[in-house]
Design a binder for this molecule. Structure first.
Ligand SMILES: Nc1nc2c(ncn2[C@@H]2O[C@H](COP(=O)(O)OP(=O)(O)OP(=O)(O)O)[C@@H](O)[C@H]2O)c(=O)[nH]1
Ligand SMILES: [Mg+2]
Length: 208
C-alpha cells in the first residue's frame, strides 16, 4: 500500500520524550544535526511549503513535532542535535532523551538520519545510528543539500558514506537528497511506505 504524503497534517508538539502521545500506531522519526535540513525534507516529502518550520538560524525546532499522514501513521520532526550555542548540560539531557526515545518507543518503525552531504557522519550522527542498529531499527540516511555539490563530488560522497556505514552492520540505506532540487524524494517515499506497511512487533503477553 502506498500512502499519500501530501495530506500529512500537524497533530501536536511535545516539549520532550515523556510528553509524547500514546505509544501506538506507527511512527517514523527524522533526526539530524541542527540545520541538516530535517524540516525542509518533511516539507518536500509532503509537498507543503510550511508544514514543518524551517530556519536559517540553527536550533529553531525546539519541540518534537508530530505529523499524521493518516490515522495512526505519524512522521516525527525531532529537534536538531549538536547546536553549538546550546549549554552543555542541555545538550547532554537532550542526547539522553533521544537515546531513550529510539530505544523505548515501541511504535517507532524506522529512523531517517539527515546529514549535510558536505559534513556526514559526525560523532552524534554515529551515536544515533549506533542506537538504532542496537535495537534493530532500520535507518535511512539522507545526504542533504546535495545540490551544493557537483554531480561527480556528489556520487563520490554517496559512495564513501555507503562504504563507511557498513561498519555499523544493521539495515542502513544511504541516499542523496535535495529539498531544493527534489532529488531523492521518491526513495524516501518508497522507504516510508515499506516501513509503514510493516506491522509493529506485538509484545508477548507474559501473564498467559
Ligand atoms: N541548498 C539547499 N539548502 C537547504 C536544503 N534543505 C534545507 N536547506 C537550508 O538549510 C537551512 C536549514 O534547514 P531546516 O530544514 O530548517 O533544517 P533543520 O534540520 O530542520 O534545522 P533545526 O530545526 O534547526 O534542527 C535552511 O536555510 C534551508 O533553507 C537543500 O536541499 N538545499
Ligand atoms: Mg527543523
Amino acid at each position: 500500500m502506498t500512502h499519500n504524503y501530501n495530506v500529512t497534517h500537524f497533530v501536536t508538539s511535545a516539549p520532550d520524550i515523556r510528553h509524547l502521545p500514546a505509544d501506538s500506531g506507527i511512527e517514523v522519526a527524522f533526526a539530524g544535526r541542527s540545520n541538516a535540513g530535517k524540516s525542509s525534507a518533511l516539507n518536500t516529502l509532503t509537498n507543503q511549503k510550511s508544514l514543518a518550520r524551517t530556519s536559517k538560524t540553527p536550533g529553531r525546532t525546539q519541540l518534537i513535532n508530530l505529523f499524521e499522514v493518516t490515522d495512526g501513521v505519524r512522521l516525527v520532526d525531532l529537534p536538531g542535535y549538536g547546536y553549538a550555542e546550546v549549554p552543555e548540560e542541555m545538550k547532554r539531557k537532550w542526547q539522553k532523551a533521544l537515546g531513550e526515545y529510539l530505544q523505548k518507543r515501541a511504535c517507532l518503525q524506522g529512523l531517517v538520519v539527515l546529514m549535510d552531504i558536505r559534513h556526514p557522519l559526525k560523532d552524534l550522527d554515529q551515536q544515533m545510528i549506533e542506537w538504532a542498529v542496537d535495537v534493530d531499527l532500520p535507518v535511512l540516511i539522507l545526504l542533504t543539500k546535495s545540490d551544493k555539490l557537483a554531480s561527480g563530488a556528489r556520487k563520490a560522497q554517496l559512495n564513501a558514506v555507503r562504504e563507511a556505514v557498513l561498519a555499523f552492520g544493521g539495515d542502513i540505506q544511504v541516499e542523496a537528497f535535495s529539498s531544493l532540487k527534489k532529488e531523492g524524494v521518491d526513495k524516501v517515499r518508497q522507504k516510508l511506505d515499506l516501513w509503514f506497511n510493516t506491522r509493529p512487533s506485538v509484545q508477548e503477553d507474559v501473564d498467559n
